[in-house]
Ligand binder design. Structure first.
Ligand code: PLP
Length: 416
């Protein structure tokens, strides 16, 4: 529960809008986002960084809906992208290419061309082979591509192994010990211009120490570069700040930024951050309806109309999302449920062993679903993806229509 999603008179609201009204109007499953929550989280970063030159680059993969990108763009945000598709979304949403950093280990030549053409701020390059390709592509276009090397600082983010990215064994970035050499090679490539250095050590971090350790290592490297005559315009410390799903106590945005600024004291480089989850995670919920209650031999099941294709995190990471009834009713008895979807996989669960007072037809809100919810959704089992709705005060607005089944197979052809 946050101040943007809470109960009034036993009804769960998004800001001043009852979730039951959203379901009546737009159906379920449906993602619901709070405009005020999104704005507030972004402004906390801006405020905490106000005394240092900076750019907050929202990590688009956390939630790429155009309405969300447009909201952040209007607040002044830049963007961290991992594909050419995400760049096209930013341009369609009114974002500025000159505030875009492009991360990812597998950029294609076509994606590089698109990004050079658009005039992005920086390529976060993750390997020597990628550097060479980028130099070639830029050369063919008679352009100079701005680059940063994504350095792998080899620090343990102490998070789920699937979302830990800053260890030597991970596929991301260039090895810390090789970075200096690679910068020197880069400086000799004619169609590249060194503008920065970046790292991103993982996601859903709940402690400050790995961020501090990574920042310290980055600065040591930046100083070594300076000794070789390579100066940086910016240092990009990535994203990864965690949110509360259950009982985690992640650092507040202001404490996180202050911890970084303490390490960065006296530095003149511009600071770039790439927050994703922390900006959107607790600003969204997934609204779903109970289709059936089923009393199995050992467990009770609440079968809901949202599934792993709508919210993959529980199936993929065994992640926890709180589940709240949209209407609190005193007459119902509490029972323990496996909250599951209709998809034909035993891994298709939204929540396990949840104590809930519910019955068939009730609405449930799956909390903290604003990040890596809709963006990881699929059409598995030929399930049209959910609608998305933005709420501001009493206003609710559809920001993505529910898919229709014919849309799902419109590109398919019978073989003849
Ligand atoms: C995913 C990602 C982010 C955002 O991570 P969060 O944990 O959502 O803050 C930032 N930078 C890069 C390079 C990423 O891949």
């Amino acid at each position: 529960m946050t101040e943007y999603f809470r109960y009034h008179h036993n009804q769960l609201y998004a800001e001043q809008t009852p979730l039951s009204e959203i379901s009546e109007k737009f159906g379920t499953p449906c993602y619901v986002y709070s405009h005020a929550a999104l704005t507030h989280s972004y402004r906390q970063f801006e405020h905490a960084l106000r005394e240092h030159e900076h750019l907050i680059c929202f990590a688009v993969k956390a939630n790429p809906n155009l309405a969300i990108l447009n909201l952040f763009a209007r607040l002044g945000a830049g963007f961290d992208i991992v594909s050419g598709g995400e760049l096209q979304r930013i341009l369609a949403a009114g974002g500025e290419a000159s505030k875009v950093v492009f991360s990812g280990v597998g950029k294609t030549a076509a994606e590089m061309r698109l990004a050079i053409q658009a005039g992005i701020l920086c390529f976060n390059v993750e390997s020597e082979a990628e550097l060479l390709r980028l130099n070639e592509v830029a050369g063919e276009m008679n352009r100079i591509a701005p680059v940063s090397l994504r350095v792998n600082p080899d620090v343990d983010a102490k998070t789920h192994p699937y979302i830990s990215t800053g260890l030597k064994k991970n596929k991301f970035g260039v090895a810390y010990t090789e970075a200096l050499d690679l910068y020197r090679k880069t400086s000799k490539l004619n169609n590249l211009r060194i503008v920065g250095m970046d790292c991103h050590i993982g996601s859903q971090l709940t402690e400050l120490s790995p961020f501090i350790a990574a920042t310290e290592k980055m600065l040591i490297l930046a100083d070594a570069l300076a000794n070789h005559g390579i100066t940086l315009e910016h240092i990009d410390l990535g994203g990864g700040l965690g949110i509360r799903y259950l009982d985690e106590v992640p650092p507040a945005i202001s404490d996180y930024v202050q911890a970084l600024l303490r390490v960065l004291q006296g530095r003149s480089e511009k600071i770039i951050l790439e927050p994703g989850r922390i900006l959107v995670g607790n600003a969204g919920v997934l609204l779903t309806q109970v289709e059936y209650i089923k009393h199995g031999a050992e467990k009770n099941f609440a079968i809901v109309d949202a599934a792993m294709n709508d919210l993959m995190r529980p199936a993929l990471y065994d992640a926890f999302h709180a589940i709240q009834p949209v209407t609190l009713e005193s007459g119902k008895s509490v029972e323990q449920y496996e909250v599951v979807g209709p998809v034909c996989e035993t891994g298709d669960f939204i929540g396990r062993a949840r104590d809930l007072a519910i019955s068939q037809g009730d609405l449930l809100a799956v909390m903290s679903a604003g990040a890596y919810g809709m963006s990881m959704s699929s059409n598995y089992n030929t399930r049209p993806r959910a609608a998305e709705v933005m709420v501001s005060g009493k206003i609710m607005q559809l920001i993505r229509e529910r898919e229709t089944v014919p849309q799902l197979f419109s590109g398919e052809k019978i073989f003849d």
